[in-house]
Design a protein around this ligand. Structure first.
Ligand SMILES: C=C1C[C@]23C[C@@]1(O)CC[C@H]2[C@@]12CC[C@H](O)[C@@](C)(C(=O)O1)[C@H]2[C@@H]3C(=O)O
Ligand SMILES: O=C(O)CCC(=O)C(=O)O
Ligand SMILES: [Fe+2]
Length: 308
């Protein structure tokens, strides 16, 4: 298993961040950000609430309710509704949820709201740098979708317990979270110092991403792939279980409002170039995506077939 060859690291305080972001999105659909401005105490507070929650007995965790059909809840091993499973337990919420979670729901709620507000603001800064780097006049063309009152954004906390049976077997893997692309515009991931996240490169090889608990990792989602007419590609990723240590990750998925029409931005298409996708609403994408398996390419139904 190779390590990530040259993980793009973007220092958000540097003037050339916008160009580096565009390059990273074109090359990998994935990068790490430092000097992100998210207060470390808001990160630590939520992580410690999450660790407290996951250490409760199963019967207590199940009091959060199931994660589906919508809203928020606790899930264990099953991901989605179509048979995917992984060595993971998690909390899945909309960012508007008001969760009653754990022994001190008020502490969890407060930590989550503070964290999500800070990460959303950083995600919007990154999206504005992207728009600027792409020379789009309207700088908030992407970020306004996350800022919208109706934005359908999600928040997820994953816990991958250690799996000691893997010790000593170099070539054995256990899937924590199966390979997939994220559907939304942008995902902002932060984890503790346990490895497991892997990214698929364009040649199909998997590379391990060294964890860094002080930084954030950004994924391009399917919707941003469409809005950029495939200039940026959503990144295929997965998580493998670790034999020694628990991994805890927290991911903010910045999505558009349900009624938003998703289509390539005209300013990103040259005169000659045609749109690679049929226009769809986020609602339509979600309706087909709910029938999909994790590893499916959920953009296929929206691809335009090139005329021969
Ligand atoms: C199998 C599924 C789980 C998922 C919804 C889906 O039908 C296809 C996409 C999956 C995914 C991947 C990224 C996020 O973790 C997630 C919350 C999302 O928006 O899309 C999950 C969905 C899920 O766990 O429900
Ligand atoms: O837990 C992780 O590190 C990544 C999980 C993930 O890709 C997801 O929840 O969509
Ligand atoms: Fe993901």
């Amino acid at each position: 298993m190779a390590l990530f060859p040259l993980i793009p690291v973007i220092d958000l305080s540097k003037p050339d961040a916008k160009h580096q972001i565009v390059k990273a999105c074109e090359d990998f659909g994935f990068f790490k950000v430092i000097n992100h401005g998210v207060p470390m105490d808001s990160i630590k507070k939520l992580e410690s609430e999450a660790v407290k929650f996951f250490s409760l007995p199963l019967s207590e965790k199940e009091k959060a309710g199931p994660p589906y059909p919508v809203g928020f809840g606790y899930g264990n091993k099953r991901i989605g509704l179509n048979g995917d499973v992984g060595w993971v337990e998690y909390l899945l919420m909309t960012t508007k949820s008001n969760p009653e979670i754990g022994d001190n729901p008020e502490d969890f709620r407060c930590a989550m709201n503070q964290y999500v507000a800070a990460v959303k603001s950083m995600a919007c800064d990154v999206l504005e740098l992207m728009a600027d780097g792409l020379r789009i006049q309207q700088k908030d063309v992407f970020s306004k979708l996350l800022m919208d009152e109706q934005s359908d954004s999600m928040f997820r906390v994953n816990h991958y317990p250690p799996y000691p049976e893997l010790q000593g077997f170099k070539d054995r893997n256990l899937v924590g979270f199966g390979e997939h692309t994220d559907p939304q515009i942008i995902s902002v991931l932060r984890s503790n110092n346990t490895s497991g996240l892997e990214i698929s490169l364009r040649d199909g090889s998997w590379v391990s991403v060294p964890p860094d608990q002080t930084s954030f990792f950004i994924n391009v989602g399917d919707s941003l792939q469409v809005m950029t007419n495939s200039k940026f590609k959503s990144v295929r990723h997965r998580v493998l279980a670790n034999s020694y240590k628990s991994r805890v990750s927290m991911i903010y998925f910045g999505g558009p409002p349900m009624s938003e029409r998703i289509a390539p931005l005209p300013s990103l298409m040259g005169v000659e170039q045609t749109s690679l996708y049929k226009e769809f609403t986020w609602y339509e994408y979600k309706a087909t995506s709910h029938k999909s398996r994790l590893a499916d390419n959920r953009l296929v139904p929206f691809e335009k077939i090139a005329a021969s």
